[in-house]
Design a binder for this molecule. Structure first.
Ligand code: PHE
Length: 496
């Protein structure tokens, strides 16, 4: 019993005793499962995989756009504060319950806060399912633009092409949309099929450095453009008179999306951390990298916008929306404005595709690991079952803009046509905030202090970390901020 050496225990006597005092004695089966569970091979592996999940369309597509709409400067500053005050503490909370339980979202929340909290885990798994169903469609567009830009680089850029028409033609072609989504889903399933260290981590180790490299090249090129000074001023000079209260909430909401929080992705990735790896250090690195990449992407895009006459007005007039910046304005500009654009164009869409793939694999892993841990399926079967089930909904999302009856006309939320917009509305406004609120309450209020402290303060933590400060943010600041989002959504604000 307590103090006595267990016959066999994968996490050391000390942890064994902590578990005993908290009433979760690890039996041999549990111990065995923990031992055989696939793990990240090192801290770098974890950081790269989790950063890969965090960096995605949220950084390259959504963040630049909401920064533009919210007039830059002050919004960016508020966003940085939200990332530090809400995102970072919740990142640690998610990773820590994953590492502690060595179980994915449902099991981890049950272990941390009690059986009823498994529902929040289930909510997260559902969010992952729905989010992946339409995220794949946008990811598929990057494949289309990659193919297009390659053909322009090696052939020639079609003079007089109307970029908006090209975009509309591709989203309204049902066979093309289905083909692109199928290709992207297959790639996602292919990676998750091989598991954590041989699939997800391997891909992250190769792709993330490529992604960083491409982004740095693009940044250098963008900073050489005439509009870069204006872009930097727009992004970094705060003007608080322009800031509206709902922008603050938009920043909180986006910090969830961009850091892959509120739906169990980081809990799941946390469950593959071994005891030697620090949750605090990893969280700091993931959050910092994600933020830097979002800022780089914004600098790149705004430098282009400010360098091209008339572009700013087009964006302001709404002719170039969130999707438009990435898929309408940029492709053409690479061939008309950007230095070395013929090379950077295709590279940029490789970047978008890689960033999206490292995010889609984390979404699929949430659902797959649920089937493995809670439903007893083997990895291969679980991957195929979840991947195919999600793809059925991807078909709905892919056909949302094709004019196909039902698929394009289905309307659940007012004015949101098709599964694509409906799902995006539901996930951004309801699923991630409610999931995030549940996770902070579970970890801040229902998990014992001793339990969370023993995970964060275990000798692996860096010097700057203060447990009391973290606990305060998880118990009070983060839930209050998320609750405010939910209230605004109830009052009719749309954050999707
Ligand atoms: N963080 C990803 C992005 O910025 C999106 C995502 C959300 C991925 C939740 C996984 C889980 O695009």
């Amino acid at each position: 019993m307590l103090g006595e050496e267990p016959l066999w225990c994968p996490f050391g006597v000390e942890q064994y005793n902590i578990r005993l005092t908290q009433g979760t004695p690890p039996n041999r089966l549990e111990a065995h499962m923990s031992q055989t569970r696939d793990h990240w091979s090192s801290n770098t592996g974890l950081v790269l995989a989790a950063t890969g999940s965090a960096i995605g369309l949220g950084n390259l597509w959504k963040f630049p756009y909401i920064t533009w709409v919210n007039d830059g400067g002050a919004f960016v500053l508020v966003y940085l504060i939200c990332i530090a005050a809400v995102g970072l503490p919740i990142m640690m909370a998610e990773l820590l319950i994953g590492r502690r339980s060595q179980k994915s979202a449902v099991g981890a929340l049950k272990d941390a806060a009690g059986p009823a909290w498994g529902l929040i885990g289930g909510w997260g798994v559902t969010a992952g399912f729905i989010l992946l169903s339409y995220y794949t469609v946008i990811a598929g567009w990057s494949l289309f633009y990659f193919a297009k830009t390659v053909s322009w680089t090696f052939g020639s850029f079609p003079e007089g092409m109307v970029a908006g028409d090209l975009f509309n033609d591709q989203v309204s072609s049902a066979p093309l949309q289905l083909g692109l989504s199928l290709a992207f889903s297959a790639a996602t399933i292919g990676v998750v099929y091989f598991g954590v260290s041989k699939g997800i981590e391997r891909v992250a180790r190769v792709f993330l450095p490529i992604l960083f490299g491409i982004l740095i090249l693009m940044l250098i090129s963008a900073l050489g453009m005439s509009g870069s000074g204006e872009a930097l001023t727009f992004i970094f000079r705060p003007n608080f008179t322009e800031l509206e209260p709902s922008s603050v909430l938009e920043a909180v909401g986006h910090s969830f999306f961009t850091l892959s929080l509120g739906m169990g992705a980081m809990i799941t990735y946390g469950s593959y951390i071994s005891r030697k790896q620090s949750v605090v250090k990893a969280s700091g690195a993931i959050v910092a990298l994600d933020t830097i990449i979002a800022l780089f992407a914004t600098i790149i895009m705004f430098s282009v916008i400010f360098s091209v006459t008339g572009m700013q007005q087009q964006v302001d007039a709404g002719e170039v929306g969130a999707v438009g910046m990435l898929f309408v304005a940029l492709p053409e500009l690479f061939y008309t404005q950007v230095p070395f654009g013929v090379v950077l164009g295709p590279l940029f869409y490789v970047l978008v595709a890689l960033a999206a793939l490292t995010s889609t694999i984390s979404l699929l892993e949430v659902v797959t690991s649920y089937l493995i841990d809670e439903r007893g399926l083997g990895r291969h079967k679980a991957t195929i079952v979840s991947g195919v089930a999600i793809f059925v909904f991807t078909i709905f999302a892919a056909l949302s803009f094709t004019g196909t009856p039902f698929f394009s006309t289905l309307e659940v939320f007012q004015g949101k046509a098709g599964w694509f917009s409906t799902a995006d509305h539901f996930v951004s406004n309801w699923m991630l905030p409610i999931g995030g609120l549940g996770i902070t309450i579970a970890v801040g209020w229902f998990m014992t202090r001793k339990a969370s402290e023993s995970e964060l303060v275990d000798g692996t933590e860096p010097k700057w970390f203060n447990y009391g400060v973290w606990r305060f943010f998880v118990r009070f600041i983060a839930p209050a901020a998320v609750l405010a989002i939910i209230l605004f959504v109830i009052l009719g604000r749309d954050f999707s």
